[in-house]
Write a protein that binds this ligand. Structure first.
Ligand SMILES: [Zn+2]
Length: 164
């Protein structure tokens, strides 16, 4: 799922709404600019490896975009990839609701059986994120889930954290 789709429009420097004529003109201009036969002259072969790779991209872009059916398929794949990317971004966003510094959390002292001293931070749902105080190390980061909803926060313990 992480296969990166080549961007044929970018390769030709046209927008995704470009007409067939615009694509053809862009292809001809790009091909003239970096065709291997043209740039490989004078024996400076090494300098042309990148323009040759670029030419291949341009050639491939042209083959896809000049073919109506291939272009339609490419557009669909591109739209799907972009939707997947933004869905993944939203998911990443939702995964961590907040970044909290341990210094900014409230210290809650043990109050009953089985309870331990811990740091607490209120969640917007009314629940709380809690982190046991024992064993906290300076510089550590903890991913903590809310006690009553599915939100999570990342708690950063300051490097100079003093457990006492
Ligand atoms: Zn919550």
């Amino acid at each position: 799922m992480t296969t990166r789709l080549p961007d044929h429009y970018a390769a030709l420097g046209v927008s995704d709404g470009a007409s067939a004529a615009e694509i053809r003109a862009a292809y001809l201009a790009a091909a003239r600019r970096c065709h291997p036969d043209k740039t490989a002259g004078g024996g400076a072969a090494s300098a042309d490896a990148s323009s040759s790779a670029e030419f291949q991209q341009i050639q491939l872009a042209w083959e896809v975009l000049s073919d109506e059916r291939a272009r339609t398929e490419f557009d669909a794949a591109r739209a799907a990839a972009s939707a997947a990317a933004s869905a993944a971004a939203v998911k990443r966003e939702a995964a961590i609701a907040d970044e909290i510094d341990a210094d900014d959390m409230a210290l809650v002292e043990a109050s009953g059986a089985g309870s331990v001293d811990h740091l607490s931070h209120a969640c917007r749902c009314g629940g709380a994120y809690t982190l046991p105080l024992a064993g906290l190390k300076g510089g550590a980061r903890h991913l903590v889930e809310c006690s009553s909803c599915s939100l999570r926060v990342r708690i950063t313990v300051p490097a100079d954290w003093d457990a006492s």
